[in-house]
Ligand binder design. Structure first.
Ligand SMILES: [Fe+2]
Ligand SMILES: [Fe+2]
Length: 320
């Protein structure tokens, strides 16, 4: 049983896949300070090397990331870990929560290295704008779980918990990072901000694995609690994903006020987020919403999905 069990004995495993995912997660261990930011600092300070639009874009993305991993970590510890009682899944969740802290450290390391205004970047989620909208929308999926009366012993509670799992693993970790990843990693493709991009490469790989674990968790949860996977709940999950797509459109518009940055434009991102949304829906057996079969950024798939990476992580990571 994933939930409502008193059993804390780890072996033999009930869910060997969860233990395998835990071991995969541990292989991608890294620390932000190990990555040199020297060339980024030099490029950031060189007048005219990065355009006003490009600096705006980098600040916006960091402002989004800055609080997001804190929110994801809170949800793991206070919502998911509190109610998923299976011990091997809990080992995974401990590892994931740690990685979310490393991600927050990574963003703070970039912000410090580039001498950005810490309040401006880390406080943006409190101010009016799309980053606040994204934060507020996502936060609501945690609130019901944190209420004193919440219990997975009730049908209503189990349903709410399933919606939280979908909102965080599919809608948040599975979707909301990816446009920002593409925008930042694109700098490295032009030999710019390579330290920032390298941090992001490690984070992308972590998030890709988090999403894979979450998808398995959701599918197992549905097997064990099929009465929660009603037509109404499926529709609510699809509405959730659709709203995330709308927020991502707004976020990309915010990042690219002139509609494009070298080599990338808003229309590509609209296609990309719909492509990802459809894959997330399919991963839990739901009908896709948009019918987008091809990604405009196939190079991102190489980072996210290939089980053995030959060149991308040439310095540290070789296999998952
Ligand atoms: Fe993260
Ligand atoms: Fe994550």
């Amino acid at each position: 049983m994933l939930i409502n069990s008193q059993e804390s004995q780890l072996m033999p495993f009930q869910y060997p896949w969860a233990w395998e995912e835990f071991k995969n997660l541990c292989k991608n261990h890294w620390l932000p300070q190990e990555i040199s930011m020297a060339s980024d600092i030099g490029q950031w300070k060189t007048p005219g090397l990065l355009t006003v639009d490009e600096k705006h874009l980098i600040r916006k993305i960091l402002a989004f990331f800055a609080n997001t991993d804190v929110l994801v970590g809170d949800n793991i510890v206070m919502s998911i870990y509190a109610h998923v009682t299976n011990p091997e899944c809990r080992q995974y969740l401990c590892g994931q929560a740690f990685q979310e802290s490393i991600h927050s450290w990574s963003y703070s390391h970039i912000v410090e290295s580039l001498s950005m205004d810490q309040n401006e970047v880390f406080g943006e989620f409190k101010r009016v704008g799309v980053i606040k909208e994204k934060h507020d929308y996502q936060s609501q999926f945690m609130q019901g779980i944190l209420n004193a009366g919440f219990s997975t012993k009730t049908h209503e509670g189990r349903e709410l918990f399933l919606r939280n799992l979908c909102a965080y693993y599919l809608g948040m970790e599975g979707m909301q990072f990816y446009s920002a990843f593409v925008l930042l990693l694109n700098f490295k493709r032009r030999n710019l901000m390579s330290g920032t991009a390298e941090q992001l490469e490690y984070i992308v790989r972590d998030e890709s694995l988090h999403c894979r674990f979450g998808t398995k968790l959701i599918n197992q949860y549905v097997i064990e609690n099929p009465e929660c996977w009603t037509g109404r709940v499926k529709e609510l999950v699809r509405e959730n994903i659709h709203h995330v797509v709308e927020l991502e459109d707004a976020f990309v518009n915010d990042c690219l006020p002139n509609g494009e940055v070298v080599g990338l434009n808003v229309a590509q991102f609209q296609t990309y987020i719909r492509y990802i949304a459809d894959r997330r829906l399919e991963s839990v057996g739901l009908e896709p919403l948009y019918g987008v079969e091809e990604t405009p950024f196939p190079w991102m798939n190489e980072i996210m999905d290939i089980p053995k990476e030959k060149n991308f992580f040439e310095t540290r990571v070789t296999e998952y």
